[in-house]
Design a protein around this ligand. Structure first.
Ligand code: PMV
Length: 326
């Protein structure tokens, strides 16, 4: 038995497009920040008396429920992979609790699969190092889970099955940044990232996104090393827009943004003109992550909550990676 805690993360440079479906290899490297209050805690107990795996999820504000369908299948497939490594077939009891609403535009699967990977490998006595854990989390199906293993600010390298892992490029206390998520819509997304990762090359703009990605990765590394918010923010916004341009122009297209998304983008840009420096990024949904210096967190949060399109906000600083809990 083992219990692990893992954070969600927000990508400054996005993973968008899978070049190898079997090994979950991306078309490009990506860079993210772990979130300090959006966590998943998972306990895995391997029990020889169990006939089948049981997976119980407790989402924020909801009663515990048994995972079914695709959600269950993804967990069982990942457990099978880890059992295979340990050479056992013992069934497991998995319980997972989230500290954040699953409909708020925060990728809950990254936290969930990072926590599951760490708890299950520990319970199986596999003794994996951080790179191996990150590779295994990558193969869970949610590639961005690889970035929820190392601490703080994290880069996931593009590469082959061995060289595509994530590692920390700076600890969480390196830079007091805040990520305030402006929730404009709590409806579940209709098209998950899994399907869209396979459609990217149908967009005529995908090559343009790829042509600029190495420069944006380099600029993001520099921005983090120098704590340069202007460089981070402008690069991060360009990358998010480029990801969404690919989505909107692939076959069939996906439009994640709604009127609330646009209202937040315009507000953030106009506050910047007034001297309140904050920048937006958007994942596979309509909600907007607004990044600013921690000293501006209260003001940005106050202004976001005053917008009629914003239902509520969630604020985070940079957080640790996955860890075992005693
Ligand atoms: O890791 P996945 O398959 O859940 O995809 C993540 C996709 C984005 O959140 C939009 C981008 C990212 O890099 O986190």
């Amino acid at each position: 038995m083992a219990t692990a805690i893992a954070p969600a993360n927000i990508a400054f440079i996005k993973y968008w497009g899978m070049r190898d479906e079997a090994s979950i290899l991306p078309y490009n490297g990506s860079i993210s920040m772990n979130l300090d209050t959006c966590l998943t805690t998972t306990t895995v107990i391997f029990d020889p008396l169990l006939k089948d795996d049981t997976i119980t999820l407790t989402l924020y504000g909801q009663h515990p429920h048994e995972a079914t369908g695709r959600a269950r299948e993804r967990v069982v497939t990942h457990l099978d992979r880890l059992r295979g490594l340990a050479g056992v077939t013992t069934r497991a009891n998995v319980t997972s609790v989230n500290t954040f609403p699953s409909d708020a535009g925060i990728a809950s699967s990254a936290a969930a699969f990072a926590a599951l990977t760490l708890a299950a490998t520990a319970a199986l006595g596999l003794n994996c190092d951080e790179r191996e854990l990150s590779r295994l989390a990558r193969r869970s199906g949610s590639g961005s889970a690889s970035r929820s293993i190392p601490t703080g600010f994290v880069e996931w390298y593009n590469g082959d099955d061995i060289s595509s892992f994530a590692e920390s490029i700076a600890p969480p206390d390196h830079w007091n940044l805040a990520d305030i998520v402006a929730v404009v819509d709590t409806e579940a997304k209709k098209i998950g990232s899994a399907e869209n990762h396979l459609l990217v090359t149908s967009s005529p703009y995908f090559d343009t996104r790829m042509a600029g990605i190495e420069q944006r990765l380099a600029d993001t590394r520099t921005a983090i090393a120098r704590r340069d918010l202007t460089l981070l923010g402008t690069t991060m916004e360009a990358d998010a827009v480029s990801m969404h341009v690919v989505c909107m122009t692939q076959t069939p297209p996906s439009f994640y943004w709604n009127a609330g998304t646009m209202a937040v983008i315009h507000a953030v840009r106009s506050w910047r003109d007034e001297g309140l420096e904050s920048y937006f990024t958007i994942d596979a949904g309509p909600n907007v992550h607004v990044i600013c210096a921690d000293t501006q967190r209260a003001e940005v949060q106050r202004r976001l909550e005053a917008l009629p399109e914003v239902q509520f906000t969630l604020a985070n600083g940079a957080g640790q990676g996955a860890r075992l809990s005693i």
